[in-house]
Design a binder for this molecule. Structure first.
Ligand code: GGG
Length: 362
């Protein structure tokens, strides 16, 4: 109906550790933004999946988890991981039980030096770090294939099989070329390890060359993952959009966030570009039990993830305004201890809310 405000229903899964604190902060901020602008409605439904749920129910998510999430427009996720549960149980129980089955195959991780953060690199002056890392998010080293045998023998054996499919590679490659094309520099670097990994990684190289033919306006090159770590440090200005496998980009995106200044501000989007399933947005950081409950978790990565969520839902102007508010707060030095400040999570949140209140009403 003409004139009807869009209304978004969001599943919120705070998960574990500081995930609970930063998601609560982001909900306050997004609700305030929606109320202040008045151009869209948004509501959050709390879903209690995580380690506490696991201890009570013996599983990290409910049996109908995928159908539950499909009832929402998007998911805002916090973090998973607890000191008293093996990491592979918690990660596969929660996050990986969603990403692959919902085919959220494109994990997008923008990285840039943010107001209030400082790159440790002498090479990163003048905004040299402004990258988008695209992580294949549904297969590869995270396919879950493998096994253990010969238990307790000296020759105890474990296999971890990486699976790369033409469909999986081609769709992430197209997504990465499109992402590169949408950015001013139209520059893509494809990361593999096709010297030693002579099957799957060679297929990546071949498909990159095939897909590139459909994007003549995008300049692209290839890097081996080991050499890529050196280039990220020594020539950050030579990079823009970067695509690679699930594991390679998991590692490189942590490096990228640290090089830009802090993992505490790094966001990520787990997208189903076909939009058949709702996408999931989360900070790159984990549950950080060392600071859980101290009220000092940096909420900025989750604010930025929430802004990416708004943009994905179609609220591009609201997303931009939210980021401007967050940047003003960080530039004013209202930042948590990981960025060298002394503000608490709630103080940063309150400061962003105060900035939102100053925004002109549309
Ligand atoms: N908010 C992100 C999070 O909780 N990550 C936990 C983790 O260990 N992730 C590993 C991965 O994404 O591969």
């Amino acid at each position: 109906m003409a004139g009807t405000k869009p209304s978004y229903h969001i599943a919120s899964i705070p998960g574990d550790g500081i995930g609970i604190e930063v998601v609560a902060a982001a909900i306050q901020v997004v609700e305030k933004l929606a109320k202040h602008l008045g151009t869209f409605d948004i509501d959050f439904t709390h879903i209690p999946w995580g380690t506490a749920y696991y201890k009570e129910h013996g599983r990290y998510v409910s049996e109908d988890a995928l159908d539950t999430l499909r009832r929402f427009d998007a998911t805002l996720f916090g973090a998973v991981g607890a000191p008293d549960v093996p990491d592979h149980i918690s990660l596969w129980g929660l996050l990986l039980a969603i990403r692959g089955p919902l085919q959220l195959y494109a994990n997008v991780r923008p990285v840039r030096t943010f107001p209030g953060t400082k790159s440790p690199l002498a090479t990163a002056a003048n905004g040299a770090i402004d990258w988008v890392l695209v992580r294949e998010n549904s297969e590869g080293e995270y396919s879950g294939q493998g096994g253990r045998s010969h238990l307790h023998q000296p020759w105890e054996t474990a296999t971890e099989v990486a699976i790369f499919t033409r469909v999986g590679i081609e769709r992430i490659m197209r997504f990465a070329f499109e992402t590169a094309r949408s950015r001013p520099r139209k520059l893509l670097t494809v990361v593999t390890k096709s010297n030693s990994m002579r099957n799957g990684m060679v297929l990546w190289d071949e498909i990159a060359a095939e897909v590139a033919r459909d994007f003549p306006d995008v300049t692209w090159d290839k890097m081996l993952v080991d050499a890529m770590t050196v280039r990220m440090v020594t020539k950050p200005e030579s990079l823009d959009t970067i695509v690679g496998t699930n594991l390679h980009m998991d590692i490189l995106s942590d490096l990228a966030a640290a090089l830009a200044g802090s993992i505490g501000v790094a966001p990520s989007s787990n997208l189903d570009p076909t939009r058949k399933n709702p996408s999931l947005f989360e900070p790159v950081h984990g549950s950080a039990f060392d600071i859980t409950g101290k009220g000092i978790a940096n909420p900025v990565a989750t604010f930025w993830s929430a802004a990416e969520m708004l943009s994905w839902l179609g609220e591009k102007e609201a997303s931009k305004q939210l980021m401007e508010c967050v940047e003003r707060v960080c530039a004013a030095g209202i930042v948590t201890p990981d960025l060298g400040g002394s503000s608490k999570t709630q103080e940063v949140t309150d400061a962003v809310i105060a900035e939102i209140e100053k925004l002109p009403k549309p």
